[in-house]
Design a binder for this molecule. Structure first.
Ligand code: GLN
Length: 279
C-alpha cells in the first residue's frame, strides 16, 4: 500500500537525504513537520503521490529544495524564496547578530541592507528592532517583489524597498549601519557549476576574478552614506577576511574586525567610519 512510510522510504532511497524527502512531502501535503510522526500509516491519495513524485524527480536532477517548496527559514522567519533570490544561508545569521549588537533596542536608528534578495537580513533586523528604519535595495525587481511579500506576510512595517544597485538609489541618505551579503565567489570557482549554486542567480553569487568586485564598491561607496561613527558590516568568503580588512583599513575605516561563523571560518568583516573634513 502507498502509505506515508513506504512512499517516504522510496524517496529517501532516491535522494539519499531523509530531510529533503520529508520537506518535499510536507510541502505537497501542506503540513508541519510533527505531522509525520502521527501519520506514517496514512494512505496517500493518487494526486498527492503524483505531485510528490514530480518534486522528487526535480530534486534528483539537482533543483534546490528551497526553490521546490518556495520557502526557507532564516532567523525566526519563514521566508518565500524564488530562483530570483539567493537561498538564505544559516551562516548569514552571524551578520544579523553583529548588526543587532550595534543597534540599541530603544532608540530610533537607520539601517540599509544592500542587495536584500528575499529580504532575509533586512526583515530579521527590522523584526528585532521595531524602532529601526530599514531600507533594503536590490538590482533585481523580481527579488524585491519577493522581499516585499515577505515583509507583508510577517507584517513587518519598518522596511522600505528600493530598486537599484548597491547604494546608487540611496543618494543623499545617511545610515547608522549598512549591511550586505553581496556576491563574493570568484568568477572561475568550480563550485558555481555544482549543486544548488547552479540554480541560484549568478549575479548574487559571483563577483569578478577574486570575488571582491562588489565588496570593493560597497566599501568605497558606503563612506558617503554613514553617519559619523556608523558601521559597515558585510559577509564574505572564508578566505577573504584579510583582504576585506585591508580594503576597510585602506579606505580610512577604523575598528576594523573580522568575525568567524559557527564553523570557525572568517565570514563577516566590518568597521566604523568617521568622515574626515580635509581628505
Ligand atoms: N555563502 C554562499 C556560498 O558560498 C555565497 C553567498 C554569496 O555569495 N553571498 O554558497
Amino acid at each position: 500500500m502507498p502509505d506515508v512510510r513506504s512512499v517516504l522510504a522510496d524517496a529517501v532511497m532516491r535522494l539519499g537525504e531523509r530531510a529533503d524527502a520529508e520537506l518535499l512531502l510536507l510541502h505537497v501535503l501542506q503540513q508541519q513537520r510533527g505531522w509525520l510522526f502521527t501519520h506514517a500509516d496514512d494512505v496517500l491519495d493518487m494526486d498527492v503521490q503524483t505531485a510528490f513524485a514530480a518534486l522528487v524527480a526535480r530534486r534528483e536532477k539537482g533543483e534546490p529544495v528551497a526553490y521546490l517548496t518556495g520557502r526557507r527559514g532564516f532567523w525566526t522567519l519563514d521566508l518565500e524564496v524564488s530562483p530570483a533570490t539567493l537561498i538564505p544561508r544559516p551562516e548569514t545569521e552571524l551578520l544579523v547578530e553583529l548588526a543587532l549588537q550595534r543597534l540599541p533596542p530603544v532608540t530610533v536608528c537607520s539601517v540599509a541592507d544592500l542587495g536584500t534578495g528575499s529580504g532575509a537580513i533586512a526583515l530579521a533586523i527590522a523584526r528585532e528592532r521595531p524602532r529601526a528604519q530599514v531600507i533594503a535595495t536590490d538590482a533585481s525587481a523580481a527579488a524585491l517583489a519577493v522581499a516585499q511579500r515577505n515583509a507583508q506576510r510577517h507584517a513587518i512595517g519598518n522596511v522600505a524597498f528600493v530598486h537599484g544597485d548597491w547604494l546608487a538609489p540611496l543618494a543623499g541618505q545617511y545610515f547608522d549601519l549598512i549591511v550586505s551579503n553581496p556576491p563574493y565567489i570568484e568568477a572561475a570557482d568550480p563550485h558555481l557549476t555544482q549543486g544548488d549554486l547552479r540554480h541560484e542567480p549568478a549575479n548574487a553569487l559571483a563577483s569578478g576574478p577574486d570575488g571582491l568586485d562588489d565588496i570593493r564598491r560597497i566599501v568605497r561607496d558606503a563612506r558617503t552614506h554613514l553617519h559619523p561613527g556608523g558601521w559597515l558590516l558585510f559577509e564574505h568568503g572564508w578566505n577573504q577576511g584579510a583582504a576585506a580588512r585591508a580594503l576597510l583599513a585602506e579606505s580610512g575605516y577604523t575598528e576594523v574586525f573580522t568575525a568567524k561563523d559557527l564553523e570557525s571560518r572568517d565570514r563577516v568583516s566590518g568597521a566604523s567610519y568617521f568622515a574626515r573634513l580635509n581628505s
